[in-house]
Design a protein around this ligand. Structure first.
Ligand code: EPU
Length: 430
């Protein structure tokens, strides 16, 4: 088993560079299925979710060539197969983007149900409702989601989203770019990665207007052709390092970010006692005052992101006074709370609300990452705690954070990877 061992209680100082956005990459890579020709995609984060998507594309028959550490060339022109193999797709949430992309390209798709972090129910009814409105028939057969456009090609229409869903917005966009007619998505999600996917598709010849607002219009085109595109920086990775400095104190320059995307996070960290100085493509985060309590409600963008909720909870555990967190997106995103309690945190959860009584210090403990952001939050808690914290199940963290141990070590954290003999044996045994 691989663990992270952290000796906490040290402020962070230095410079850290942010990678490309996971939640943009996991949609843009499948979008290459729609393109006739070679797509060069730059600023790809090196994380296991991206590796999985690239492997799935290769299994489908895509030609994937690594240009350098963060750039790949993908050519999906020769793919004739709209059926996604089972084993890999089940491991990742974003495999649902293959449904929209394959429907757009072939008018049919057979994709296993998606996996990913467990936050209670994670339905995809809004995705399916959109595909059906665009003329597809969707069934579950033999454990696969089978979708087929009745006339062989998706048909533009107006889709009203009951809830602003990031995944459904992007999936419908993927199904619509090569459809006949115009698709209008109303009550669309507005996250930065939605704009990034639209920019990628437009740069390959699509006609998408309004991404980043709640009405997106997609005029179907006959053909997308190859080109090159660079993925935006990861808002949540940047926010996680901002929260880490807020929790530990110190001063860190966080480079390769879009400060505008971080404003919703910055506002709350400033209330908690951090100072944040925006630069062109960097933010300087400093905290040298005591941490203060605050209340936070997670909401779709431009509200405070749910994917930052566990990380700010780690900061609030050490703030003076009582803070109230309200989870406004997922039913159950507090599974990490028991692990925080092992470190001395005082948190009560009632449904979507967590009440956090700040304590003077957290103490290191053996804890387990139950999902990606919960794992990142435990890293932050470990960095701020007194003594040694051992985090297991770090594979969840590595799904979404490139080189987190190296990046944190570079800003002065005492964190190392420990691989226990069991796993070494398993690896040697193949
Ligand atoms: N929802 C439905 N029906 C649907 C789709 C969503 O009821 O068909 C509900 C969900 O249950 C949830 C809300 O709508 O209550 C929002 O879900 P959304 O569809 O926006 O989430 P998602 O697309 O499945 C993405 C990110 C998540 C992030 C959410 C919200 C990816 C691969 N995942 O999930 O990221 O929490 O948007 O911003 O982009 C993470 O990176 O750690 C992560 C979990």
């Amino acid at each position: 088993m691989t663990k992270y061992v952290i000796r906490g209680g040290k402020p962070l100082y230095g410079t850290v560079e942010i990678s490309g956005a996971k939640n943009a990459a996991v949609a843009i890579l499948p979008a290459a299925l729609l393109v006739d020709g070679v797509c060069r995609i730059e600023n790809i984060p090196q994380i296991s979710d991206v590796t999985l998507i690239l492997n799935i594309l290769q299994e489908l028959g895509a030609d994937v060539r690594t240009v350098n550490r963060t750039t790949v060339d993908i050519d999906c022109s020769h793919i004739r197969n709209a059926r996604v193999p089972d084993t890999l797709a089940r491991k990742i949430r974003a495999s649902y983007y293959l449904i929209g992309a394959l429907l757009g390209r072939f008018g049919s798709a057979e994709v296993p149900p998606p996996g990913g972090c467990d936050f209670g129910g994670r339905p995809i009814d809004l995705h399916i409702k959109g595909f059906v409105a665009m003329g597809a028939e969707v069934d579950v057969k033999g454990g696969l989601i089978c979708a087929k456009a009745k006339d062989g090609r998706m048909a533009g229409t107006t889709v009203y989203m009951d809830m602003s869903s990031v995944g459904a917005t992007m999936n419908i966009m993927l199904a619509a770019v090569l459809a006949t007619g115009t698709t209008v998505i109303e009550n669309a999600a507005k996250e930065p990665h939605i704009v990034d996917l639209a920019n990628f598709l437009n740069s390959m010849g699509a006609s998408i207007m309004g991404a980043g607002t709640d009405v997106i219009k997609i005029k179907g085109v006959d053909h997308l052709s190859g080109g090159s595109y660079s993925i935006i920086p990861d808002q949540i990775e940047a926010g996680t390092y901002m929260a880490a400095v807020t929790a530990t104190g110190g001063e860190v320059l966080i480079k390769n970010v879009i400060p505008k995307h971080l404003e919703c996070i910055t506002a709350k960290l400033v209330e908690m006692g951090a100072e944040v100085e925006e630069q062109d493509d960097a933010v300087l985060v400093r905290r040298d005052r005591p941490l203060e309590r605050t209340n936070i409600k997670t909401l779709p963008y431009p509200g405070f992101p749910t994917d930052m909720q566990p990380q700010v909870a780690a900061c609030l555990c050490l703030a003076q006074g009582t803070s109230v967190l309200t989870e406004g997106v997922w039913d159950n995103r507090y599974r990490y709370v028991d692990e925080f309690r092992r470190m001395g945190a005082q948190i009560q959860v009632d449904g979507k609300i967590a009440v956090i009584e700040g304590v003077a210090q957290l103490t290191g403990a053996a804890v387990e990452a139950c999902d990606l952001r919960a794992g990142a939050a435990l890293v932050i808690a470990g960095l701020a705690a007194q003594g040694s914290t051992e985090i297991s199940q770090v594979r969840h963290i590595e799904r979404g954070y490139e080189d987190i141990v190296r990046k944190l070590s570079g800003i002065g954290a005492d964190i190392r990877v420990v691989v226990t003999p069991d796993e070494t044996k398993a690896v040697q045994a193949g």
